[in-house]
Design a protein around this ligand. Structure first.
Ligand SMILES: NC(=O)c1ccc[n+]([C@@H]2O[C@H](COP(=O)([O-])OP(=O)(O)OC[C@H]3O[C@@H](n4cnc5c(N)ncnc54)[C@H](OP(=O)(O)O)[C@@H]3O)[C@@H](O)[C@H]2O)c1
Length: 265
């Protein structure tokens, strides 16, 4: 891939932008630097002033928490941004919110990724205020190196954030329930983690290998023998409406994303 926007500048260098960096650092033609409140261990240039980072960057990744975004944009609007691309993974903050500071002419890309970017396994939604711009298309391609990317209307971002942005935490919370239950065996914690990892990877592989030919319901059915243990567990699952309760987790996250958007807009 022959990237025109080579210089990646991270505004904030926390969990998310570090994951972007880790996922892309092998890309030979790209360079990386960051601006944050304090210098980190990573071996890439650190800038104490936002203007200095902007001057050496083609793409600016907004890697701060939603509540800090306004303060950063307030500084950014005085920086020379002509020809640069803004990429925002910030939950609940719309393109129009960013445009309010930087203007409508600024190329802004909004994404919702997750931390698996570091392993090139993110599921990332993508939208832009200029989808036909070559630079926007280039960022879309770049995100494709970090996992799967889908173009999505901005209205869909709240639900997408809940399922794919927060999703890894919810799946891990589920695995934690298995781990808590296994405490009965008195096995060391790290061994338990290894066993649960094998369970998760085995399940994912089973899903991956059969996903084209079978629905999830069919894959569950293949593990369920009549009158057996899985059936007993699944009956409890259905009778107690565990699925419905779990849906509540996703709805709560989605509502929070909506609230953040409304408070900021
Ligand atoms: N974490 C996820 O899984 C995830 C997934 C999807 C989207 N996102 C979005 O990504 C964004 C970042 O999340 P995160 O988890 O990476 O947050 P984080 O780990 O808390 O990192 C935030 C970074 O922002 C920097 N920062 C905050 N205020 C600053 C300021 N005034 N000037 C300069 N730097 C400042 C912090 O600098 P210091 O370290 O020096 O304090 C830190 O490096 C959020 O908006 C979130 O919605 C996160």
């Amino acid at each position: 891939m022959n990237m025109k926007q080579k210089r990646q500048g991270f505004i904030g260098f926390g969990n998310l932008t570090k994951a972007v960096y880790r996922g892309l650092k092998e890309e030979r033609e790209l360079s990386f630097s960051y601006f944050a409140r304090s210098k980190k261990e990573e071996p890439i240039p650190f800038y104490e002033k936002l203007d200095d980072l902007v001057a050496v960057s083609d793409v600016l990744w907004l890697g701060v928490k939603p509540q800090d975004l306004g303060g950063i944009l307030e500084q950014l609007k005085y920086c020379p941004l002509h020809g640069k691309t803004i990429v925002s993974p910030v939950a609940g903050k719309s393109i129009s919110y960013i445009e309010r500071y930087l203007g409508k002419d600024q190329l802004i890309i909004r994404i919702m990724p997750n931390l698996a970017m570091a392993y090139k396994k993110s599921v990332t939604s993508f939208t832009s205020n200029r989808p036909d711009d070559e630079k926007a298309k280039e960022i879309y391609m770049l995100l494709g190196k970090l996992g799967k990317v889908v173009e999505l209307e901005e209205e869909g971002f709240d639900l997408f954030t809940s399922v794919f942005g927060s999703g890894p935490a919810f799946i891990l919370a589920f695995i934690q329930i298995f781990k808590d239950k296994m405490q009965e065996f008195n096995l060391p914690g790290p061994l338990l983690d290894e066993l649960l990892l094998e369970l998760t990877q085995g399940t994912t592989l089973y899903f991956a290998q059969n996903q084209k030919d079978y629905s999830i319901e069919e894959l569950i059915r293949n593990i369920t023998s009549k009158g057996g243990t899985t059936q007993a567990g699944l009956e409890y699952f259905r009778n107690q409406q565990i699925g419905k309760h779990f849906e509540g987790v996703l709805d709560a996250a989605r509502r929070r994303s909506e609230e953040m958007r409304k408070n900021g807009d």
